[in-house]
Design a protein around this ligand. Structure first.
Ligand SMILES: [Zn+2]
Length: 158
């Protein structure tokens, strides 16, 4: 299990045989890679972590006032505007949004879970629907480089 014993032994917790947190590249830093394939719709893992009250670099929003700090697994999911996983922050589950071949990085859409990001950033995920500048779902783009057509937050919520 990637999680220490203090979180219990949920059978859905990610196993070292299936996942690892690895360095991807200088731009993205670390990400989570899946060593095995998953099919679209599979619940691929359950998340755990520490509940904190502030937004940190590796937190995921649980409620408007609480955040899951998971320095073992989910805190390292990379962002894509065309993600291959979806997070349920009530059940703490990760579901495959598309077929995921073995040895793929896992990508979520940060705007799916986050009202406000620890830090907004430019995106170069390459998806046709790439928003180019990534914010939380309740944030207004505050970067000079944001384009007017990207102010459509509905697109961020797809
Ligand atoms: Zn993108």
């Amino acid at each position: 299990m990637l999680y220490p014993d203090q979180f219990g032994r949920d059978p859905l917790f990610p196993k070292h045989s299936d996942f690892a947190v690895v360095f991807k590249d200088e731009l993205a830093g670390r990400g989570v890679i899946a060593y095995r394939a998953f099919a679209k719709g599979d619940v691929i893992a359950r998340m755990a972590g520490h509940v904190v009250s502030e937004i940190r670099q590796h937190t995921l929003q649980l409620t408007p006032d609480t955040h899951l700090f998971d320095p073992y697994f989910s805190g390292f999911f990379l962002h894509s505007c065309s993600p291959n996983i979806s997070l349920n922050m009530v059940e703490l589950t990760v579901t495959a949004l598309q077929d995921i071949p073995a040895n793929s990085f896992l990508y979520m859409d940060y705007a799916e879970t986050e009202d406000v990001l620890f830090k907004q950033f430019p995106c170069s995920c390459g998806a046709p629907n790439c928003r180019s500048w990534i914010t939380g779902r309740k944030e207004i783009h505050n970067a000079a480089m944001a384009q007017p057509e990207m102010l459509n937050l509905n697109q961020a919520m797809r």
